[in-house]
Structure formats: C-alpha cells, structure tokens
Design a protein around this ligand. Sequence first.
Ligand code: HEC
Length: 101
Amino acid sequence: MRILFFSIIFLFSTNLVFANEPKSMAQKNGCFACHSVKVKVLGPSFVEIAKKYESQSEARQFLIEKVKKGGSGNWGNVPMIAHPKISDQEIGVIIDWILKL
Ligand code: HEC
C-alpha cells in the first residue's frame, strides 16, 4: 500500500516537472509532427534553426511571431501552419530551448 502511495506521488511530481519542460511543450503542441531536433522532416531541424539564427539578437521575437503566424520562404516553399492558440510565453520557452541547441 505504501509503495502504491509513493508511486502515485512520484508520477504526479514528474508530470508536473516535465509539463514545464520545453521539449514536452513542443511535443504537446505538435511541433514534432514537422520538426525533429537533429533531422529535417517537413520543416528544418531545430539544430539547423539554432545555427542559422545564433548571431542574431532579434531572432527570438521574430521566431515567436513566425511560429504564431506560420508562413514559408526562409527554408523553402513549404509553409509552417499558424499556431494562434499557443501563448507568446509558451512559444518563447520553446524558442529559447531551440536557440540553445
Ligand atoms: C505543418 C508542419 C509544421 C508544424 C506543425 C510546425 N512547423 Fe515549424 N516549420 C515548418 C516549416 C515547413 C518551416 C520552414 C518555414 C520557412 O521556410 O520559412 C518551419 C520553420 C520553423 C522555424 C524557423 C522559422 C524561420 O523563419 O526560420 C521555427 C523556429 C519553427 N518552425 C518552430 C516550430 C514550433 C515551435 C512548432 C510547434 C509550435 C512548429 N514549428 C510546428 C513546419 C511546421
């Protein structure tokens, strides 16, 4: 009984911790349908994106807007869908993670 109790507490706490982790946020928001960390899928890999924008200080805000509104042109003709329902704050956490890869 005690083991069961602690298992439940453990599952709960890891869930709360990982829910705020950028990778889980990207997962939850469907980013990995078109992206992966290292390999190009439909969209560029997150590592490639980090490399492209590493020296640009205004990239963070630009990329938040781009994820929100979607669009094409920077990597080819395939457009990214818009993500109007994700908050700027949440996209910001994901972008900060991508840019540090
Ligand atoms: C329907 C497929 C699709 C989904 C879902 C998707 N992306 Fe994209 N993403 C793309 C494509 C295609 C591009 C390349 C766009 C271009 O050429 O400008 C892209 C580009 C990007 C870029 C670089 C933008 C630029 O202009 O350089 C970032 C950052 C990005 N995606 C993050 C995300 C995040 C974060 C999510 C989840 C919230 C997400 N993407 C979901 C397809 C997708």
